[in-house]
Design a protein around this ligand. Structure first.
Ligand SMILES: *Cc1c(COP(=O)(O)O)cnc(C)c1O
Length: 420
């Protein structure tokens, strides 16, 4: 079955209820019927819903479906993209360990990995994901994770994925790829040997900016990399919190299972069944939408490139872009989603453009069907000193667009007026 068809049908048997739409199981708990059935579920002799903090049939269908669409073995849905990133890291690293994170990632991931995790004893080192030339020198015996984004938000940078995976495998370290911006349609991390993919489903997978969610997905065969791997004792030694359970001995995908049984159990970043249902709706049309987002962004990028008041445009889908060869190498038909950055002369002009658009909303989000404009220097990065802005790939005249599904001609007309 192809990816598009899986996105519409996988994991739901219409014969269960005869409903075309997946039912929303709006329930907290489940009637086990017998004490023995309950005991079997708790002892993991069989898997099934126990309590909605841990699992839920609607969420289960979403997890099964997105795992299939990403070509993975199993998935765990979370209440936000952020909790998916957090759980994927905590599943591998504890106090005393370190993680190596790309220098070009989502701002929230930077604060989590460099500041908050440090308070819990997990150190973070940053590597240059564009060439990964410094990656190997950062690895030591306590390195548990190599983390990067396939198409980074907001820099729109594409990493040297082949080299990162090759180095990680040499040292038997787990790679985690945040695939939010590329989506499973443009890029399938697990097909490139990456071990775990994570998504903020709040963005393109939802598609309409109306629900927060996340998911982490493990690749087929990941168990083999974890079992007997001295770097990951938590999967190979008895888990005191689950009466001595040893994950390596279980016949299930143990990465997502452990994240569920420990972090979902203890931290409770559980998606609501209704939000899982919204993500199921979003997945159905994702392959159509992401192509239209990319087509629209391509047209807008071409327009901006030809405009006399625009200094530069960054959009990997453009043939003339410095990263175009990478977009062609990794992404479906060289498409690079709806995100694009451009630069004008100075701060005041950039701010004025952002204020003058009518169709674009001034908001901090991406992947919505409605177009969004952001001027980072006066909003998301206003507290960052000018000299540090550059490190984040931002200048006072940088503008970010998340191109939606309006007609591209209308967006171009709006930008023409705003540019003056
Ligand atoms: C938005 C985003 C996140 C965080 O997701 P939330 O759903 O907002 O918690 C993580 N990574 C990337 C690349 C994002 O764009």
């Amino acid at each position: 079955m192809t990816q598009e068809t899986k996105a519409l049908h996988f994991g739901y048997d219409k014969n269960d209820f005869g409903t075309m739409s997946v039912p929303i199981y709006q329930t907290t708990a489940y009637d086990f019927g017998t004490a023995q059935k309950a005991a079997n579920l708790f002892a993991l002799k069989e898997l099934g819903p126990i309590y909605t903090r841990l699992n839920n049939p609607t969420t289960d269908i979403f997890e099964t479906r997105i795992a299939a669409v990403e070509n993975g073995e199993a998935a765990l849905a979370t209440a936000s993209g952020h909790s998916a990133v957090l759980f994927s890291i905590l599943n591998l690293a504890s106090a005393g360990d370190n993680i190596i994170v790309s220098n070009k990632v989502y701002g929230g991931t930077t604060t989590l990995t460099t500041h908050t995790l440090k308070r819990f004893g997990i150190a973070c080192k940053n590597f240059d994901s564009s060439d990964a030339s410094d990656l190997e020198s950062l690895i030591d015996d306590n390195t548990k994770v190599i983390f990067f984004e396939s198409l980074s938000n907001p820099q729109i940078a594409i990493p040297n994925i082949e080299k990162i995976v090759q180095i990680a495998n040499k040292y038997n370290i787990i790679t985690i790829c945040d695939n939010t911006v590329a989506t499973p349609i443009l890029f399938q991390p697990l097909n490139h040997g990456i071990d775990v993919s994570v998504h903020s489903t709040s963005k393109y997978i939802n598609g309409q900016g109306n629900a927060l969610g996340g998911v982490l997905i493990q690749r087929v065969g990941l168990n083999d990399k974890l079992i007997k791997n001295a770097r990951y004792p938590d999967f190979n030694e008895p888990d005191e919190s689950y009466h001595g359970l040893i994950y390596a001995e279980l016949p299930f995908p143990i990465f997502t299972l452990r994240a569920r049984l420990t972090f979902m159990r203890d931290f409770g970043a559980t998606p609501s069944p209704f939000n899982s249902w919204l993500f199921i709706q979003g997945l159905e049309t994702l392959h159509v939408r992401i192509k239209e987002h990319s087509k629209n962004a391509y047209k807008v990028a071409q327009f901006l490139q030809s405009h006399s008041k625009v200094k530069s445009v960054s959009y990997p889908g453009l043939e003339t872009d410095a990263q175009h060869h990478l977009a062609k190498k990794y992404f479906k038909d060289g498409m690079s989603s709806g995100l694009l950055n451009f630069e004008v002369e100075d701060f005041e002009y950039a701010k004025k453009i952002s204020d003058s658009t009518e169709i674009f909303s001034v908001a901090v989000n991406i992947g919505d069907s409605k177009s969004i404009i952001t001027h980072p220097a006066s909003t998301t990065h206003s507290q960052v000193p000018i000299e540090d802005l550059e490190k984040a790939g931002i200048t006072p005249g940088s503008i970010r667009l998340s191109i939606g599904l309006e007609n591209a001609d209308d967006l171009i007309e709006d930008l023409t007026k705003a540019l003056g």
